[in-house]
Design a protein around this ligand. Structure first.
Ligand code: IMP
Length: 428
């Protein structure tokens, strides 16, 4: 004990590294339980900036065992490229464990992701093009290839053959692409076998034993609540479950062993890709948030859509995930404004909604109902305690806590590891 879930409350890119920093040396295992290399964590340590896509951010903390759980989809080429990059910078990556039940992203998944998006035209989802959706689709259709399959060449070949039979019809007849051969896929997977072998284990068993021994396990979600395939703004979502339930299925740790659910929430809102976003700002104010908050995707470099804080979204995250603590990030970005609007409810065709509307149609029609809070002029990036913040910044935090249905336990005031105000421990 304890097992702590760490996830995003909005549409991703909330800065989960911040919460990992607060937990620091007390964590023994960091588990990625969903998604793949569509994620993007930027971790700043001293003068060094690390952009991780597939690996859990805990890989940078000495002594921590990073784990890629069964709920993740893995592009082996990306895995080893990321490991090589870290090795070259002197980061010890030797403790990484990979679940034998995680699914593999094959070259045909990436091709299908990209061409399917192109074919959707205006209706495209704005995926990261990394093959995530097609890989999860194969998992659910029971034609996926798992990590363990690469250790049995005969089985691997059979599975790839089975998958390619359908895929090549699709690629050639529908998308007008060249067929992909079984050999090129199998050879690519087999090329990674020897390096992969020592990392692969029954990670659910390892984690269960770790909890029995009193170790601290951090379950780190990729993407975020509103991108969850069940609970997000479907169909503009990713294909996995970033929410707290996904932490259990994606790691093999049962719900009864989870002690805390920490949700990271930005002091404003951002979104990458398509889909409804009620507080989006399409004016200079949106541009200012993007510039001051450096809101450009870690994975794709795309400019992020920016808007004000949405308390309806935060309350929803608190409810769906059973949030015990919020970590509020990027408060410093909001400095230099006389007043800061915060969305407290939606107006849907004349009716007030205090909760997320039930239907996609209503959510597309949702107009934010704003409350304006007083802003501050001071640079708060050097502040390390709540009392030292300008009074109006303290009031902003308190107001957000009151309207978001869970306590704010830490506040980020800059990208650096130490630029955090801790209000209460995330461990006790
Ligand atoms: P996919 O995960 O590549 O299938 O993309 C589906 C949707 O999720 C798109 O709108 C992406 O922009 C979004 N998405 C995926 N990963 C992230 C992330 O780490 N942060 C923010 N948005 C993401």
């Amino acid at each position: 004990m304890p097992a702590i879930v760490l996830l995003g409350a909005q549409w991703g890119d909330e800065g989960k590294g911040k919460a990992t920093d607060v937990l620091g040396a007390s964590v023994d295992y960091v588990v990625k339980y969903n998604g793949g290399n569509n994620a993007g964590h930027t971790v700043v340590i001293g003068d060094e900036k690390y952009a991780l896509h597939l690996l859990p951010s805990g890989i940078l903390t000495p002594g921590v065992v990073p784990v890629i759980g069964n709920g993740v989809v893995i592009d082996l080429g990306v895995l080893f490229e990321e490991l090589d990059g870290l090795d070259a910078r002197g980061v010890d990556t030797s403790r990484l464990l990979v679940s034998g039940s995680a699914h593999l992203i094959a070259p045909y998944h990436t091709v299908i992701d990209k061409v399917a998006e192109r074919f959707l035209g205006k209706a495209r989802l704005g995926t990261t093009g990394r093959g995530i959706g097609p890989t999860y689709a194969d998992k659910i259709s029971r034609v996926g290839v798992r990590v363990q399959d690469v250790f049995d060449e005969k089985i691997l070949r059979q599975k790839v053959e089975g998958a390619l039979e359908q895929k090549n019809h699709l690629l050639v007849k529908v998308y007008n692409r060249r067929a992909i051969t079984v050999d090129e896929v199998v050879d690519e997977f087999l090329g990674h076998v020897e390096r992969l072998r020592p990392m692969v284990t029954d990670t659910a068993l390892v984690l269960s034993r770790a909890l029995d021994e009193g170790r601290t396990v951090l379950l780190e979600g990729g993407q975020a609540t509103q991108l969850d395939v069940d609970h997000g703004t479907y169909p503009f979502v990713t294909s996995s479950n970033p929410t707290a339930g996904g932490a259990c299925t994606g790691s093999g740790i049962p719900p009864t062993r989870i002690d805390r659910v920490v949700a990271v929430v930005k002091a404003y809102t951002t979104r990458v890709g398509s889909g409804p976003f009620p507080t989006e700002l399409l004016d200079d104010e949106g541009e200012r948030l993007r510039r001051d908050g450096a809101e450009f995707g870690t994975t794709t470099g795309r400019p992020r859509r920016c808007g004000w804080y949405d308390a309806v979204v935060a309350r929803y995250a608190a409810r769906i995930n059973g949030v015990t603590d919020f970590v509020l990030t990027k408060l410093d970005v909001l400095g230099g404004r006389e007043r800061i609007p915060v969305c407290v409810a939606y107006d849907v065709d004349g009716t007030r909604h205090d909760e997320m509307p039930m239907t996609q149609t209503d959510f597309h029609h949702a107009r934010p109902v704003y409350e304006e809070l007083p802003g501050w002029d001071e640079d708060i990036s050097g502040v390390r305690s709540l009392e030292d913040l300008p009074k109006t910044a303290q009031e902003y935090i308190q107001a957000l806590e009151d309207m978001s249905a869970a306590p704010i336990s830490a506040v980020g005031v800059g990208p650096g590891r130490d630029q955090t105000i801790e209000i209460r421990s995330l461990l006790a």
